[in-house]
Design a protein around this ligand. Structure first.
Ligand code: MLT
Length: 411
């Protein structure tokens, strides 16, 4: 009889967001009259920028023309898109990233998981707590952990607690770790990393031969000019960091799917025989074998983000969500809640009132205010007692949701 990957049996009941959806659906079924507002999953609500739509429509027309039709594209992405990404997102910020080091993909979530394909099974792995659950679960699936304890912490992983005391930025570990996941602006806490903080991580990684997985999916939401957008703004990062980026949140591509991963050609890790192997070569080999590229139509849509119109339209989208974040912060603060994030990130991290557990607060908001958020404990044990509110929604929904919450919690 066929056998399974037993590591899947170690996973906690459900991936966080499907579990939330399950609870919300059950409530909605029992209360069909409730007008539920979803500020849980960080999924965009506003339409695709016009520049992207126009480019995609044109690409669809080309696909209907025998002379312009495209079959398989390059697994790494079309050169015209990779060159624009390299120029606008990296070189314009002084980062030494070449177009050939950019791999266009169908999502940062996929890449964050897939990247483990090219690493060994004996690495020591560090994640922050709380953390985007994909980093943890993909390591569980790959057999890189032991079982979870009652707090949901997996044996074998190093958890670096982040809290208000350390401004939601982890202390550099005392011990050696091989792979480190960093996410800035942070999901779920909305925290950012200063240049000095990132420099400390780069220095650490270089000293220990570690690799940093730097998830910059929310970089477009940075409003403070002093905060780095890319880890490659830090000297030495080309020797120790892989960066993940996405068109999902800045250009509304969550349903359209386009992202990118940067693997510098200067990055190496050890083979079993002790030799240093270029990670770029391995990732290129992996992608060429297991991935056939993002559709031509979608890549043309992503390319349009870099046109003058696309730049203006994506900027407007980001500002729209950040105004939502401001409203959420202000209203919740006025209601007496303690909030973090939401200034350089589309997530507001809220301390639950009256020491309620994260899931108790989730149930309270759902049943009393008909508002959905994300329980902090779903991001890790240290997220207990916190709650994440996403700024991705219409202005009206955000305003109504805040009114319902403030009316309930004020005083
Ligand atoms: C979230 O809500 O944390 C995001 O939707 C995660 C993601 O983009 O996969």
């Amino acid at each position: 009889m066929a056998t399974i990957n037993d590591n899947y049996l170690k996973l906690k009941a459900g991936y966080l967001f499907p579990e939330i959806a399950r609870r919300v659906n059950a409530f909605a079924e029992a209360h069909p009259e409730a007008k539920i507002i979803r500020l849980g999953i960080g999924d965009v609500t506003e339409p695709l920028p016009e520049a992207c739509r126009t480019a995609m429509i044109k690409a669809v027309e080309e696909m209907g023309d025998r002379t312009l039709f495209k079959g398989y594209g390059p697994e790494q992405g079309y050169a015209w898109l990779r060159e624009k990404i390299a120029a606008h997102d990296f070189q314009a910020r002084g980062c030494e990233v070449d177009a050939s080091e950019i791999f266009v993909s169908d999502g940062s979530k996929c890449d964050c998981g897939n990247i483990l394909d090219i690493f060994g099974d004996n690495n020591t792995i560090a994640v922050t707590d709380p953390v985007y659950p994909v980093y943890v679960d993909t390591n569980v699936m790959a057999g890189h952990t032991g079982e979870a304890n009652e707090k949901g912490e997996y044996g074998g992983l190093i958890y670096l607690p982040i809290s208000a005391e350390n401004h939601f930025t982890a202390e550099i570990p005392a011990q050696k770790v091989d792979l480190i996941y960093l996410c800035f602006p942070n999901n779920p806490t909305g925290a950012t990393a200063s240049r000095e903080h990132l420099k400390a991580w780069v220095d650490y990684a270089k000293a220990h031969g570690s690799i940093i997985f730097f998830d910059a999916a929310y970089e477009a939401f940075i409003t403070d000019p002093a905060i780095p957008h890319s880890i490659y703004e830090i000297e030495g990062a080309r020797e120790c960091a892989i960066e993940f980026r996405s068109f999902s949140k800045n250009a509304g591509f969550t349903g359209t799917r386009c992202a990118l991963t940067v693997v510098p050609k200067t990055l190496t890790a050890k083979a079993a025989d002790g030799s240093n192997v270029e990670l770029w070569k391995l990732w290129n080999r992996r992608q060429s074998t297991k991935f056939n590229g993002v559709s031509y139509i979608v890549q043309r849509g992503a390319e349009a983000v870099y046109s003058p119109e696309g730049q203006a339209q994506t900027k407007a989208l980001v500002s729209f969500y950040m105004e939502n974040a401001r409203i959420i912060r202000e209203q919740l603060t006025a209601a007496g809640l303690t909030v973090f994030g939401g200034i350089n990130a589309p997530y507001v991290w809220v301390k639950t009132p009256n020491n309620l557990s994260s899931w108790d607060f989730f149930d309270k908001l759902l049943t009393i205010c008909n508002v959905v958020g994300t329980p902090g404990s779903g991001f890790g044990a240290a997220g207990e007692g916190y709650f994440r509110i996403s700024a991705f929604n219409s202005r009206e929904n955000v305003e109504v949701a805040m009114k319902r919450i403030t009316e309930k919690f004020k005083g």
